[in-house]
Design a protein around this ligand. Structure first.
Ligand SMILES: [Zn+2]
Length: 284
């Protein structure tokens, strides 16, 4: 699924050359070697325009996405929930399901949703330029995401968005966006003060998506799916006791001639606690 989304986002070069009508007469024939080769028919028409403006848009992956990675994994057995002697509780199931729901995107897959392959974030945006095919350059803001904030927060940051529905420059809004990596965007700016300039920007890219609803009905369906053998997992940040200092927050070192050991703050934790990413696999 993500591959398809990414292809849609990156489909620029192909759509520019294949369907020049989408870009109308604005498409200039000398954008790239690829475009030149595939648009000889429009060359004559474009020549009528005194000054050719290259309005083609080329989006290429620059840095791949950073999928949430789990440091460790464990299982959660549904049949043990609230049974004496087991750690599985309905409260814990509810918490994990909430995490699960926010990490699944609704799509056309047989189960109705699939695991998000990039960080999901609420993205507030103001559209700055239309790049065609529902892709936009936007001024955006989103919170940091991932372990150790792998995806840095954006504040008034230019980003590339692929929206679900057509929109227009100036529109503002809020979407659930899946981070699909950093892309290199080659385009001609239409906004001031860069209007008319041909630029390459490297920007974070987000694809609008919908996550599963965190509801009792959703939880019920989820449990049925797990019991029917579906492989489901949720990744959460969990606080655990630091192994290096045994949860003390410091290590001891004997000092010559002194009664008390020297306490050295543990470099691997905060007050004896470490936050790690845990993948919980659900089993019947
Ligand atoms: Zn420690």
């Amino acid at each position: 699924m993500i591959k398809r989304l990414l292809l849609v986002l990156l489909a620029s070069a192909a759509s520019v050359s294949a369907q020049t009508t989408a870009f109308g007469t604005k498409t200039a024939p000398n954008a790239t070697a690829e475009t030149t080769a595939t648009t000889p028919a429009t060359k004559g028409a474009s020549k009528a325009v005194e000054e050719e403006v290259d309005n083609s848009v080329v989006i290429t992956p620059f840095r791949s996405l950073t999928p949430p990675e789990a440091k460790t994994s464990r299982t959660f057995q549904l049949s043990k929930v609230n049974k004496l002697g087991f750690t599985e509780t309905s409260k814990e199931l509810q918490r994990l399901y909430s995490a699960f729901a926010t990490q699944r995107i609704i799509d056309g897959s047989p189960s109705g949703s699939s695991k998000a392959t990039g960080f999901l974030a609420t993205v507030n945006y103001a559209l700055v330029q239309d790049l065609g095919d529902n892709r936009f350059l936007a001024k955006a803001a989103w919170p940091a995401a991932g372990p150790n904030e792998v995806l840095a927060a954006g504040a008034d940051t230019m980003a590339v968005l692929l929206l679900e529905k057509p929109a227009k420059v100036g529109d503002t809004g809020k979407i659930t966006g899946m981070h699909v990596g950093t892309v290199a965007l080659l385009f001609t700016a239409t906004y001031s003060p860069l209007a008319g300039k041909r630029l390459t920007l490297r920007r974070e890219a987000f694809v609008e998506c919908a996550t599963l609803e965190d509801s009792q009905a959703g939880l019920q369906k989820f449990m049925e799916a797990v019991n029917a053998g579906a492989e489901m997992s949720a990744t959460t940040n969990e606080q655990i006791s630091c192994k290096k200092c045994s949860g003390l927050g410091f290590t001891r070192e004997a000092e010559k001639g002194k009664l008390l050991d020297k306490r050295i703050p543990c470099a691997e934790c905060v007050s004896g606690k470490v936050i790690i990413s845990v993948e919980t696999k659900f089993v019947p």
